[in-house]
Design a protein around this ligand. Structure first.
Ligand code: NAD
Length: 240
């Protein structure tokens, strides 16, 4: 595999869960990883830097991208991972605020980050953007319509941006994992979790290691001829 040593990577929502797993994997491959999270915690991977960044705030995101580009000279990899599940309830019970908050983080946050980082990548003629979507964005999950809509939006956004930057040396791909055991589980009901597991033909949850290894490969120079694509991690559940 081509080397990832000294590649500069930003991982949003990298303080814990899937983001921390991806950050640790990139670090193990020699990347200089910058973690962004709205809430930094003690037990984070030993990253090159960690900053409190709320991806819903476009000015903060733009300034953080400039800071990283100045400090490290480039940004090779951007992992749009930060996300929230939102409350599990039917559409008719969703409030305006709940809907807006889920869309603000899961969809507009990805837009804010990509808009800021693409010019930096374009300047160096190289970039790998990996957006963490979800199988919910392909299938639609009852009880989490806002999340499903946002993740479907991330998939459409990934395909559109990929084509915009296709001759700039930048690839943009998405991952669509099935349910994975992280703190996001706390926002879900036991019924919701069991119903999600029962729909996975392999009969188990996705592991952090599986997502981290896939994200690292898609973010690597080895993944050079695939853009605008969605990599499923669904244990046989995804049918398209
Ligand atoms: N866990 C799953 O079952 C699962 C399945 C498919 C996709 N995903 C997606 O994977 C990603 C990571 O999920 P996870 O399970 O690790 O969740 P998690 O709750 O364990 O971690 C999410 C991280 O994102 C951070 N974050 C939230 N809002 C933010 C904001 N506005 N700005 C910056 N950081 C913010 C949180 O502080 C947290 O550290 C999410 O996009 C999620 O939708 C998760």
């Amino acid at each position: 595999m081509p080397t990832m040593v000294d590649q500069v990577a930003i991982v949003t929502g990298g303080a814990k869960g899937i983001g921390a797993g991806i950050a640790a994997e990139l670090i193990s491959r020699g990347c200089r990883v910058i973690i962004w999270d709205r809430q930094l915690v003690e037990a984070m991977p030993a990253a090159a830097a960690a900053h409190t960044v709320d991806i819903t705030k476009p000015e903060i995101v733009a300034a953080a991208v400039q800071d990283a580009a100045s400090a490290f000279g480039k940004i090779d990899i951007f992992i749009n991972n930060a996300g929230v599940n939102g409350p599990v309830k039917s559409v008719d019970n969703y409030s305006d605020t709940e809907w807006e908050q889920v869309l603000a983080v899961n969809l507009t946050g990805v837009f804010n980050c990509c808009r800021a980082v693409v010019p930096v990548m374009r300047q160096s003629g190289y970039g790998r953007i990996v957006n963490i979507a979800s199988i919910a964005g392909k299938e639609g999950m009852p009880g989490i319509a806002a999340y499903s809509a946002a993740k479907a939006g991330v998939i459409g956004f990934t395909k559109a941006l990929a084509r915009e930057v296709v001759t700039d040396g930048i690839t943009v791909n998405a991952l669509a994992p099935a349910i994975t055991e992280t703190d996001l589980f706390r926002e879900m009901t036991a019924e919701h979790i069991e119903s999600a597991r029962s729909r996975i033909p392999m009969g188990r949850f996705c592991t952090l290691e599986e997502i981290a290894a896939t994200a690292a490969w898609v973010a690597s120079p080895a993944c050079s001829f695939t853009t605008g694509s969605v990599f499923d991690l669904s244990g046989g559940r995804a049918s398209y």
